[in-house]
Design a protein around this ligand. Structure first.
Ligand SMILES: *Cc1c(COP(=O)(O)O)cnc(C)c1O
Length: 410
């Protein structure tokens, strides 16, 4: 008995209201439905629920009212202003997961079987890369990795290998912020009859909507900007083929058991309502900080796609509303300078992850990649003096003061 959705003209109106249903007890916010199972009035009703003659919740591994609001909200945000092939507003379906990695697992295992291959780019989130290196080969699924910024290489791979079933994009990529052209790659994949999936975590649906370019599936780590406050790990898997999402994808989701939980879903709903407002501030601050750092004497390079000096400046401006709030810098002073800068921070937070209200800095050479041999990490662009930054929502002058004092004399 879904009520007709208001024809939202603005992203935030939709982000606040979409997916919300009136609570039967008139609670303003959708409650945290902390219940593993749901009851039936009669045995006959139980039968109707299990046979899908009647809609209704059964068991929280399969679905839960608090998940539903989060799922409908994110699906609506990814479709805001996007139309289907017939010019009608696009409708998609989302499944809320325990983590971004759980969502990626459901994506892969619902679409791929032994003998299939994935075509992807070499710069990917570490977990996704490890999944392709260490888990999928055991199931007979291999990854073909090429530089997808080169469309000729992408086409050559598709031509050479008919076993490729899915093209998997992540743009901007974690942590390099490399971008690939969603529109051109999707066109190419479709010419060869392939499925396209896109990890939209870094951009969020406010900055980039891959469904606009015809991709089949979107996944997110909701842990980052969508939650926005660093309070819960989560993920979402969204698809435009509703029939597939309700059958093969739903079955895979139910059986893998990678579902979210009502408390995390509640935190996510409230985070997502302010996505546009937060992203505007994150992005505004990021632009100022990138410009400041580009001229700094201690910095040899700023990796930010919003700067014309970045090789992916054109692709990022073509498909994103704004290049976002993640960047990295390389310090002229290498490892020593990196450690010193991190130790001197007073306002910004020393940690991994991204997308929270506060500005987060990490120094991969002394932290996440400490155990990785230098030559190996440098192949991924992780040099001794690389600092990754997730620009927060503090007043920008305070972030600048902290960066200034921590970079002094390096
Ligand atoms: C963090 C991240 C993931 C993994 O998500 P988790 O919620 O940590 O499981 C996947 N892709 C990207 C781009 C990420 O940043």
């Amino acid at each position: 008995m879904a009520k007709k959705e208001f024809p939202y003209t603005g992203f935030t109106s939709l982000a606040i209201h979409a997916g919300h249903e009136q609570d039967p007890n008139y609670a303003h916010l959708t409650p945290i439905y902390a219940s593993s199972t749901f009851v039936y009035d009669t045995a006959e009703q139980g039968m109707r629920r299990f046979s899908k003659q009647e809609e209704g919740y059964i068991y929280s591994r399969w679905g839960n009212p608090t998940f539903t609001e989060a799922e409908k909200k994110i699906a609506a945000m990814e479709c805001f202003g996007v139309t289907d092939a017939g010019g009608r507003p696009l409708v998609t379906k989302a499944l809320l997961h325990a983590s971004g990695m759980a969502a990626i697992t459901t994506l892969f295992l619902s679409n791929l079987k032994a003998g299939d291959k994935i075509l992807s780019h070499y710069s990917l989130y570490g977990g996704s890369q490890e999944m392709m290196d260490k888990i999928l080969p055991g199931l007979g699924i291999e990854a073909v990795i090429v530089d997808l910024r080169d469309l000729n290489k992408a086409e050559a791979a598709l031509k050479a290998d008919p076993q490729i079933k899915m093209m998997y994009l992540e743009t901007p990529a974690n942590p390099t912020v490399q971008c690939v052209d969603i529109e051109e790659l999707t066109k190419l994949a479709k010419q060869y009859g392939k499925i396209v999936a896109c990890d939209n975590t870094f951009a969020t649906p406010y900055l980039q909507q891959p469904f606009r370019f015809g991709v089949d599936f979107i996944i997110h780590s909701t842990t980052k900007f969508l939650n926005g406050h660093g309070t819960a790990v989560g993920g979402v898997f969204i698809g435009r083929d509703i029939e597939f999402m309700n059958t093969r994808a739903a079955k895979t989701y139910q059986l893998l058991g990678g579902n979210s939980n009502p408390f995390d879903a509640f935190l996510l709903i409230n985070g997502m309502r302010t996505l546009e407002v937060r992203m505007e501030r994150h992005c505004h601050n990021a632009t100022e900080i990138a410009n400041y750092l580009e001229g700094h004497a201690a910095v040899s390079k700023v990796n930010y796609t919003g700067l014309p000096s970045h090789p992916d400046f054109y692709i990022s401006s073509k498909q994103m509303r704004h290049p976002g709030a993640i960047m990295s810098i390389e310090l002229k002073g290498g490892l020593q300078a990196g450690v010193k800068m991190m130790d001197r921070l007073q306002l910004c937070t020393r940690t991994v992850s991204l997308g929270t209200c506060d500005t987060l800095l990490c120094h991969p050479a002394s932290m996440t990649h400490y155990g990785v041999p230098k030559e190996q990490r440098e192949r991924y662009g992780i040099t001794d003096g690389l600092i990754r930054m997730s620009i927060g929502m503090e007043n920008v002058q305070d972030i600048l003061i902290d960066l200034e004092q921590s970079l002094k004399g390096l």
